[in-house]
Design a protein around this ligand. Sequence first.
Ligand code: EPZ
Length: 420
Amino acid sequence: MDKFIVDGGIRLEGSITVSGAKNASLALMPTCLLTPDAFRLLNTPDNRDVLTFRRLLESMGITSAMDGHELTLDSSAINSHTAPYEHVKKMRASIYVLGPLVARYGKAHVSLPGGCNFGPRPVDLHLKGLERLGATITIEGGYINATAERLHGAHFHFDVSSVGATVNVMMAATLAKGETLLTNAATEPEVASLASMLVEMGAIIDGIGTTTLRIQGVDALHGVTTTTIPDRIEAGTFLIAGAMTKGDLTLENVEPLHLSAELQALQDAGCTIDTTANSIRVRMDANPEPVDITTTPYPGFPTDTQAQWAAFMLQAKGAARVRDTIYPTRFGYVPELQRLGADIETGEGYCVVKGGTRLTGATVMSSDLRASASLVMAGMIADGQTEVLRVYHIDRGYESIEHKLNAVGARIRRESTQEF
Ligand code: EPZ
């Protein structure tokens, strides 16, 4: 397992090109199961989750090749409709093969995903949606068994706004017989980018980007070459890191509209933000004003950026509350920040960060992908050095994060450890 040694007292200045969005790639990749044609996904991030998904698809007989950031997938030689536990346990998004398998092949045997470090992550909406489209679903031995003669259109209302359930049910509906109406569908940019790609493949989808998706089923979809949207969570992470270090950082290859809530919070905290069509510049020369945030589904403040915001508020001129309405227990990073000297109280679904305490470097443990990023960021503003253990969490969702940050002034060294 690798660890990062992070030097404190640095200032980020310069420009970073943001990678393609992990959570878009993970939604685009399983659509290879919906068509016999090969297809290419440009601007695919070279991170651990994409590799994990490639290994899962390859275990089913799909061929995959990654040339730089160009991913080619071809399901013509598929020889299995099973997503085994050994793959699914590594990454929850593996369940995205369920909808396409049932829609195209009429059967799927997919391991239930485990929980994760920030609490239970049910898949009931994935299953209810597919059942509404006509799938017969049983759970046995930790596996989901789904069968269908041919899926048929239906109206399905999502009780909760769910990115994953919308992805799964929408993919399935593209090949169902008749019209499907999805209401209270997730509107995250990653979901909209999947819908757009499905339309490029021949699907008929109206309402893209809204909570109401109307899908006319078709008999077949064809291959496509498409470009993955920029990663708004990576972008938000770097903007906050730039602000924390009182730096001057410009991000290239971003879509500012995907970060409206984050940019507003940064400006409320006292940052200067300048944007163009595909870049965002953040400047900060003082400690931030305390700004409370509450996460909500897009276009609200994303749950994937709340740990990073808490790290930023460590320097605030007062106390700021960070509340997560999507994952109320996603505060595993708090005890780790407290090891650096942070003064944070936690409550039911929120924490209160009392800014202005000096932070001193220590050894800390990553718990989930985004919590790990907040530990690295805190290490950049702590006195001395901070060791962040188990950075494989970070590698899941950030491509070469230490190279990107070191190129603009950070001092992060990766070392392998014998830790078991
Ligand atoms: C996606 O997870 C993202 N992952 C997560 O990012 C992100 O935190 C999350 O959306 C919320 O934005 C990918 O896109 C691969 P949900 P997902 O279904 O789809 C409840 C990261 O760091 N729910 O939108 O699993 C659920 O409990 C990862 O990149 C049900 O009740 O999230 C939660 O409270 C972490 N039943 C809420 O919906 C279901 O069947 C939102 O979850 C499904 C979800």
